[in-house]
Ligand binder design. Structure first.
Ligand code: ARG
Length: 593
């Protein structure tokens, strides 16, 4: 289905042509003055020079041609030459009937679907997830769902930090704590235990301890590096321990991401890129892309048009060790071989902007990707506390994700209880707890996604959990309200699915319908610009328009059955659109709240 502005523009173009002007002048946009009109066209202004005519004369000519338009019920030429437009109710009815009948509300599938890999989450194994990983997971999941809804072929890859020194640190610390374990006995040839010699909480304590020690103790660090090398060279006991670290960590990560309604198609990590490194390095040297500078192997990536200094991309350190860069380049190579993606999107905080610029340039220059392969980094801002500084716990530490979620859920539960008490009913404890989790997730995700990704935002529990204003709970509350009206209609013997849309009757109804018509435009823009915030803004407006209509219209008590059914059909379309939108944002709505 075409987008509404395309349809309106087509009608306008015909009018320009019929009046003897170039059709391209007939571009219709949303009105700048909603108090005067719904849409507008400024083409007459643009045509004045070419036709050497006062714009108002052109506008008058065009308006005359629209007198019998089935699309515009009003087209008025106003000084100095604008066309103020109001759309006809019959046209709107046809449009929303189309939305109701078609799959995905008439959103058009891409001519050629793209294969896109989305690299997000990026947790480091054996380290507790903290708020820094929250944004990557939330935004990445939404960007992924939007692209998939648009009809593209999407693969989400968690790309864990599961290789390198952190792993060596853990293994070395374990060898000191539990030297009796068979993993450290190089003569051991038997089968290693199936059970890991640590729990996730031990693991989460071991890593920071080891990391701290290595900073103070050179010998300790040396030993950890040895352990890293042994692991990377495939030493059997080290490898078996690493497998345990992975199993324990991944199980914990899965539980955490599951709570966030985030899931990945691929659970790959830096370790998967490791076998691809030697060949890639050889290729870069053989092709003459990489050269030795101060002992390190580098590829120049600066370009003439650069206004800031872009340092070379380092492929190997002077001691021959691989770096974060090396892993990312090898991962790109692996992905190109295994999946042939048209596009790769990475989500990390924006402090990695320059890093990805280097990696992408290097991948293009060295032809690891095709010239047309799109590489995109979405760098997001920081989640701040109310003091405007990066969010910290009350004790001043980096908050764990789990605690953050618990904090929101607790406040949500309190508000849900308060809300039901104010309405004079008692909620079932268990149901309230379940609901507060669903709504709490919406509060966190909406609080994040409603901002432009690149901007910092303030994590404000009180605001995020509010039932009023631009929040997740407000949107869910609206959906629940619609569901309850539809349920009442059913109780009265009505059939929601059979209800037919009617021509709109009043202003608030028309405003709601006009908001609905923006659905495919919004979804497309959110996809093109990787901007879930556009969908948040849209559902906030849609919820507002719905609530205004609801307050002005006694739906269930309406005596005229056809009219009532028309409203019910409109409500069910509104609910479906809202639910499709929250689905791509990565959260759902409860039945009641
Ligand atoms: N593990 C990294 C970190 O915590 C993020 C990984 C992002 N993805 C990538 N391909 N570099 O900073």
């Amino acid at each position: 289905m075409k987008k509404i502005l395309e349809m309106l523009t087509e009608e306008m173009q015909q009018a320009f042509e019929a009046a003897g002007y170039e059709s391209t002048l007939g571009k219709v946009t949303l009105s700048n003055r909603p108090d005067l009109c719904e849409y507008q066209c400024n083409g007459a202004m643009a045509g004045a020079k070419k036709y050497k005519k006062a714009p108002i004369m052109i506008a008058n000519d065009v308006a005359a041609k629209l007198a019998d338009s089935k699309v515009f019920k009003e087209a008025v030429a106003v000084a100095p030459g604008f066309l103020n437009l109001k759309v006809s109710e019959a046209f709107l009815l046809t449009f929303v009937e189309g939305m109701k009948a078609e799959e995905k509300f008439g959103l058009e599938a891409p001519a050629v679907p793209k294969k896109i890999i989305i690299d997000y989450g990026g947790p480091n194994v054996a380290k507790a997830l903290h708020v820094g990983h929250l944004r990557s997971a939330i935004i990445g999941e939404s960007v992924k769902r939007i692209a998939r809804f648009m009809g593209h072929d999407i693969i989400g890859d968690i790309h864990m930090g599961d290789w390198g020194l952190p792993m060596g640190l853990i293994i070395h610390e374990l060898s000191l704590r539990k030297p009796e374990l068979p993993y450290f006995d190089e003569s051991f040839e038997g089968e290693y235990p199936a059970e890991a010699p640590f729990t996730i909480s031990e693991l989460e304590e071991i890593y920071p301890t080891a990391s701290g020690k290595s900073k103070e103790d050179a010998e300790y660090r040396e030993k950890a590096m040895e352990a890293t090398a042994k692991l990377q060279n495939g030493e059997r006991g080290h490898r078996a321990l690493w497998d345990h670290i992975m199993r324990v960590s991944v199980a914990d990560l899965k539980r955490n991401y599951n709570n966030l309604n985030v899931d990945f198609e691929l659970w790959k990590g830096e370790s998967d890129a490791h076998p691809w490194i030697p060949d890639m390095v050889k290729y870069m040297k053989d092709e003459g892309y990489a050269y030795i500078s101060d002992g390190a192997l580098v590829v120049d990536v600066k370009e003439e048009t650069d206004t800031k200094e872009i340092p070379p991309c380092m492929i190997l350190k002077s001691d021959g060790a691989a770096l974060y860069n090396t892993t990312d380049l090898a991962t790109i190579r692996m992905r190109m071989e295994e999946y042939q993606p048209d596009k790769m999107i990475y989500l990390t905080d924006k402090r990695q902007d320059l890093y990805f610029e280097q990696v992408f340039r290097c991948a293009k220059k060295t032809k690891l990707v095709k010239p047309e392969t799109e590489l995109l980094h979405i760098g997001f801002g920081t989640m701040n506390g109310k003091d405007g500084k990066p969010y910290k716990t009350r004790q001043g530490g980096v908050p764990r994700l789990e605690n953050l979620i618990a904090e929101i859920n607790e406040e949500m539960l309190r508000k849900i209880k308060e809300n039901s008490a104010s309405k004079g009913y008692q909620v079932d404890e268990e149901e309230a707890a379940r609901t507060s989790k669903i709504v709490g997730l919406a509060a966190i995700k909406y609080g994040d996604l409603s901002n432009q990704p690149a901007k910092d935002y303030v994590f404000d529990v009180d605001r995020f959990t509010s039932f009023e204003g631009d929040t997740g709970p407000y949107v869910l509350y609206t959906i629940v309200r619609i569901k309850s009206i539809l349920a009442k209609y059913k109780d009265q013997g009505g059939c929601v699915e059979a209800a037919k849309l009617q021509t709109v009757q009043n202003d608030s109804e028309k405003a709601l319908v006009m908001e609905l018509t923006k659905f495919n435009t919004t979804m497309e823009a959110a996809y093109e610009e990787c901007a879930p915030n556009k969908i948040c803004a849209y559902i906030y407006d849609l919820a507002n328009q719905f609530n205004r209509f609801y307050h002005e219209t006694p739906i269930i008590s309406e005596a005229d059955e056809a009219k009532k059914a028309g409203w019910i059909a409109l409500l069910s379309l509104t609910r479906d659109v809202l639910e499709a939108c929250i689905e791509v944002l990565g959260f759902g709505a409860p039945e009641r709240m």
